[in-house]
Design a protein around this ligand. Structure first.
Ligand code: PMP
Length: 289
């Protein structure tokens, strides 16, 4: 059963409620982190907390009690949930305020944390690979809504995912306003081509993903050249392998884009090697609870 830390205590998921005037609900005003719990540890908790702190600073939002409080909230909720494998969602909203967009009407930010199961892609999809379609939506540019801020405003992500599902695909490929590859709806994207692992830079509209960072580090330790590079759809069609990374998604291979096979159309050896390295490294990168 899902557990939620809210307003100073832990309750069952079904009993967790927030007031309708919370600006997180009214305006998507807030930030969040999606956390992977594996082997009874919270994967890279300190990196998630640092990203949350940066995002909060970027939108002038105070984390109630600071990062220390957020850390305890995550660990307490994971403990209350009790499962070795789960997913955590740490959220800070602008809090309750007036029926108007002005954040200065919200005196107290609200923190909450959900721990529950997550299943974004089925086991069959994970082993066969995902079918992607190029979204008709673009990632917003940094001067509209910086995609590096993991904000509660996920309408762009949700609509891209909906479009992909309505077109019979598993996932959306989002380009930025210049037509360069940004990422998938809620996951980062990697291309393996000519012995090199490539992923778009944050400035192209990619979230600075925790799993993305981990895969870049692991590639280095495996002697696989890896770097950030601006990519277009050409790079995906030319790739030997493409895969996605994310806390909810995990590492998942891509087998097609817009109805055309990627590489051999099946998960490749580089994906398998990195996925195994990630699984091996995960325990040592987690905070126990
Ligand atoms: N991009 C977006 C838009 C996301 O929401 C996520 C999931 N948090 C990711 C990428 C992957 O990031 P991470 O590895 O930190 O989960």
């Amino acid at each position: 059963m899902g557990k939620v830390w809210i307003d100073g205590g832990i309750v069952e998921l079904a009993d967790a409620k927030i007031p309708v005037t919370d600006h997180g609900l009214l305006y998507g005003d807030g930030v969040f982190e999606g956390l992977r719990i594996t082997g009874r540890r919270v994967f890279r908790l300190e990196d998630h907390l640092a990203r949350l702190a940066t995002a909060a600073r970027a939108i002038a939002l105070e984390i109630p009690g600071g990062i220390g409080a957020a850390r305890e909230v995550v660990l307490d909720t994971a403990r209350a949930h009790g499962a070795d494998e789960a997913y955590g969602r740490l959220i800070v909203t602008r809090g309750e305020g007036a029926l108007g967009v002005d954040p200065t009407s919200c005196p107290r930010p609200r923190m909450l944390c959900i721990v529950d199961e997550v299943r974004i892609y089925s086991a069959e999809k994970r082993s066969a690979g995902l079918d992607l379609v190029t979204s008709s939506l673009r990632r917003p540019p940094a001067d509209v809504l910086d995609p590096r801020v993991k904000s509660l405003n996920y309408l762009n992500n949700a609509m891209a995912k909906l479009e992909a599902r309505q077109r019979g695909a598993d996932e959306a490929l989002l380009l930025n306003a210049s037509g360069f590859v940004a990422e998938a709806s809620v996951a980062n994207l990697f291309v393996h081509r000519r012995g090199e692992l490539l992923t778009p830079p944050g400035s192209d509209g990619a979230l600075e993903g925790i799993n993305r960072m981990t895969v870049l580090e692991l590639a280095g330790s495996l002697g696989l050249p890896a770097r950030e590079q601006t990519l277009t759809r050409f790079d995906l069609f030319a790739a030997d392998e493409v895969f996605l990374t994310g806390s909810g998604a995990g590492m998942v291979p891509v087998r097609s884009l817009d109805g055309r096979p990627i590489g051999a159309g099946v998960p490749g050896p580089v994906f398998a090697k990195l996925a195994a390295a990630l699984a091996d490294a995960s325990p040592s990168l987690g905070t126990p609870f």
